[in-house]
Design a protein around this ligand. Structure first.
Ligand code: GDP
Length: 352
């Protein structure tokens, strides 16, 4: 049922994710942005990329075009990606105090030749504190001794073209970086080997000079942020209390608008801390305020106007939000759906 909600949502409800670039000085943050922005512009196919104040907007068509070599069949259903231009932009740090994040996703740039550096760890802690999903760009792979650049190729193809020595050197440095992340309490893995993106962060090897790995980075950014955003929209219920009132035969009830997600009979709702006894709606074509009998529902999907009955509802306050704590069996269902989603994301990784 939850997956129904996901497929019913989608294109029109998702906005473009906002992406920030973070990392130690000189790891290539600026160059990486130039590279993401530049290649198409140079080739005369700007493809709708627009530079805005402090940010660059990439329409999804552009991203699809640039990642076609990866043969991703998973749906891209965000309209595009907004990348904040100024690496280490003040706003990212300042907005912490607002409690709402500017970025949906971040790129944490690490120089493969240097591994984790002081500002890498600073950035890392910021991201963790804010619960921001991020992808590690392991940059400057072209600096590996003997590297033969394959301009703008997906990184796996590029790696396969390298000599055994270069591949060994790459592996050695990759493992070192993974170990360093581990020392910071974080699991990381090469993105196409990462089977559990919920617990393990993905590493995309890149070169901002040759453009290798940039298709991978773009695709992963869009797919991963869209996945987490779909969850934001569907798994976290948005529900606003319109009115608290006594309804004949039901005691104190609340009229709510379920903006997003789903409600079930038996769901526990906060902050009133009670259980939904019944979910009621008027008979079709009747407005919620009209007196009369009601239809009972086991579950209701957004968006709907609903009357909720249960104990203690007199403590609810009109105009405030309701937070739904799911029952355990639903949690299992949500997890199951989330796992199925993950499979659709990882399937293109397996194929590329
Ligand atoms: P920032 O301080 O993180 O923004 O780093 P910059 O983008 O200014 O890059 C620092 C230096 O590293 C510049 O001289 C870049 O040309 C160089 N650089 C950045 N990315 C790469 C890369 O992938 N390969 C190589 N060889 N050099 C890079």
């Amino acid at each position: 049922a939850v997956s129904d909600v996901i497929s019913n949502k989608g294109e029109e409800t998702l906005r473009a994710p906002i992406c920030c670039v973070m990392g130690h000085v000189d790891t290539g943050k600026t160059k990486l942005l130039d590279c993401i922005r530049g290649t198409n512009v140079q080739e005369g196919e700007a493809g709708g990329i627009t530079q805005q104040i402090g940010a660059t907007y990439f329409p999804v068509e552009n991203i699809r075009e640039r990642t076609k070599e990866l043969k991703a069949d998973a749906k891209l259903n965000v309209p595009g990606l907004l990348v904040i231009d100024t690496p280490g932009h003040e706003s990212f740090t300042n907005l912490r105090s607002h409690g709402s994040g500017l970025c949906d996703i971040a790129i944490l740039v690490v120089n493969i030749m240097h591994g984790l550096e002081p500002q890498t760890i600073e950035s890392l802690n910021l991201l963790r504190m804010r619960n921001t999903v991020f992808i590690v760009a392991l940059n400057k792979i072209d600096r590996l001794y003997g590297w033969k650049a394959q301009p703008n190729k997906p990184v796996r193809k590029s790696l396969n073209q390298q000599s055994k020595d270069v591949q060994n050197e790459f592996d050695r440095r990759l493992i070192e970086v993974i170990t360093q992340f581990k020392e910071q309490g974080l699991n990381t893995e090469l993105y196409y080997k990462n089977k559990n993106m919920r617990e393990t962060f993905s590493i995309v090897p890149t070169s901002a000079i040759s453009g290798e790995g940039i298709p991978d980075l773009l695709l992963l950014l869009v797919q991963w942020s869209q996945k987490t955003m779909v969850e934001k929209l569907t798994f976290r219920n948005e529900c606003t209390v319109l009115e608290v009132k006594v309804t004949k035969g039901h005691g104190t009830t609340i009229d709510v608008v379920l903006v997003n997600g789903m409600l079930h009979e038996g769901d526990q709702i906060d902050p009133i801390v009670t259980t939904i006894r019944a979910l009621l709606t008027p008979h079709p074509m009747k407005e919620l305020r009209v007196k009369g009998t009601y239809l009972h529902h086991k579950e209701i999907k957004a968006a709907q106007g609903i009357k909720i009955t249960g104990k203690g509802l007199e403590h609810a306050i009109a105009g405030t939000g309701l937070y739904v704590v799911r029952r355990d069996d639903d949690l299992e269902e949500v997890k199951e759906c989330a796992m199925q989603d993950m499979k659709s994301v990882t399937s293109w990784i397996d194929k590329s």
